[in-house]
Design a protein. Structure first.
Length: 257
């Protein structure tokens, strides 16, 4: 594929492209090794907010995907910069305890926060969702680290954080401020880090909206990979046209050779 062969750098989604359910996907370790041997710069762009960046880096290295923290740009990490630029408002968090460790510089207010921060969170109950609703109706902003619809694990598809964000938007009539993919600023952060322009990189991911279209909105070619959440009919039922398709990350090295 000419787009991949001509690229000077790469942006990759992680979950569904390089690993799934905590295990590397076939060809992932070899692809990462090839990138390093070829001195091809890259960044992992992930909306995964279950872990902070340090823990995620350790977990990836432990399963054979050796990387350093600066090669990973997460929605959770970007959220910190976003809050700083908002003037460091007091927050109520609906995120994991692991990720919350990175947000200690901000005041946590469980009663009357200026913002609620939503990411990957497995402890939702009706009462908690109603508390979030109350905060927003009382003036708090909704800050969504991402609005993913679903993701894939070995047992099948699982609902993602976007459903809870959408429920609060619908009930309150207020729009969430989005931090992660497909936010243009999130992709621009990676470009700035690589010191490349959109035409010089390629984004490879398994999500048509967050990965492919998000990249395309900034002028970055978006390639859809047929692993992770990909399914037959995905493209046909969407108005989004990827700039290319590959079966899996295992094909990456063969395309470049």
């Amino acid at each position: 594929m000419e787009l991949i062969r001509k690229a000077k750098g790469f942006l990759f989604d992680l979950d569904g492209v390089f690993y799934q359910s905590g295990k590397p996907l076939p060809g992932a370790i070899d692809a990462l090794s090839y990138l390093r041997k070829s001195n091809l710069p890259f960044r992992f762009l992930t909306n995964t907010t279950t872990k902070n960046r340090h823990t995620l880096q350790e977990n990836l290295t432990n399963i054979g995907l050796a990387c350093i923290e600066k090669e990973i740009i997460t929605a959770g990490f970007a959220g910190i910069d976003f809050l700083r630029k908002k003037g460091s408002p007091s927050c109520r968090y609906f995120i994991t305890e692991n990720l919350k460790q990175d947000y200690k510089e901000f005041e946590e207010d469980l009663e009357n926060p200026e913002a609620i921060v939503i990411g990957d969170f497995d402890e939702w109950t009706y009462d908690l969702l109603n508390e979030a609703f109350y905060h927003v109706m009382n003036g708090a902003e909704i800050i969504a680290l991402h609005k993913g619809k679903y993701y894939k694990v070995d047992s099948g598809l699982r609902m993602d954080a976007g459903g809870f964000v959408a429920a609060l938007e619908f009930a309150t009539g207020k729009k969430a401020q989005l931090v992660g993919k497909p936010n243009k600023a999130f992709f621009q952060c990676a470009l700035d880090d690589l010191r490349l322009v959109p035409e010089e990189v390629v984004m490879i991911g398994d999500d048509l909206i967050n990965d492919v279209n998000g990249a395309q909105n900034l002028g970055i070619p978006g390639i859809l990979v047929k692993t992770g959440k990909y399914h037959e009919g995905m493209i046909e039922s969407s108005k989004i046209n990827p700039d290319g398709l590959i079966d899996s990350i295992a094909d990456f090295q063969n395309i470049l050779n």
